[in-house]
Design a protein around this ligand. Sequence first.
Ligand code: FE2
Length: 351
Amino acid sequence: MGTWEEPSGGHACAGVVDSGEAGTQLLPQGSRWEPAGGDAGGGSWRREESGGKPARPVPGLSRREIEQRVGACVLLPSLSSVNGVLRELLNAEQRYTAQISDVIRRDPSMTARMLRLVNSVYYGLSTPVTSIEEAVFYLGIRQVRQLAMSTPIIEELQRLSPRRMTSWRRFWQHCIGTAILTREIMAALRPVHDEVEYVAGLLHDVGRIVMAAEFPDHFAVVGSLCEACQRELREVEVEVLGMDHCELGALYLANHHLPEEIVAAARHHAAPEGAGEQAPLAAAVQLANGLVRWSGIGDSGNPAAVDEAGWLGLSGWGILFPRRLEEEQSLLRASLRRSLERLPQILDGLI
Ligand SMILES: [Fe+2]
């Protein structure tokens, strides 16, 4: 854990970081980050390395510079095909298990994931499940669809930035947990036909991966400042880079031509009241994200604590329940609490 001291400048903190902590992997032992002034979007941060090496500034960037770099960021085939896959899955609703199994069997990593999931969720089975048909039978078509959707996305995103975050597994647990609960919240309010809600939850924090991949120095400064100060992640990101992960993720997803509601959910998941027509889905992601953080499942990378009062006070409640009927809300809360109990086991099997 780093030791930090109040800088003489206007920023909230600077510090010395030890290596090995989640999110600070890029920082060599003894590195010191401190505000270095500058007038770009995110100010400027300078690293003073031990051993007399020269200081390396990490300047904040303007929106234009950030947009250009995100525009040049590699497009992932799995994300680019989300639209098509969503349509296909919808049409495949009535397909036979055998056909779905056939598709999954062609993908070894998905096969492995599915068998791991079914054997961990149904750990009481006397003989472990070894065939895809059996797995589909136990898990149901919905979980199979979600798995088929998320596996290539996660694998490709992970390749984008393999070494820049030390707690990948916990990060994806946070994202998948948010995806599962987002879908559940939306399904409690209206009929849900496809996996748009799930994908919106899964990708809401994709901006963190984009930052790790395209702006690694900024990502490292953000990680070390957050860890030391327990501050709200978005605030620190804006201070260091000039843009938070919500906006960054939305830019990236828009470049992949993802459905508008998925882009809006990423952009507005911290403040869904700004999402216009897409406010309900953004609100569901906000509530799901808050609940997963409060329960301590996975790691969102945001060190600011969420407690029950904080979760109940989120703006998303008012968006999803404009009539503020306590009975409706408490039904949803009860069902979410039940889902939360099963979630760690499901996530353990998935990732
Ligand atoms: Fe999140």
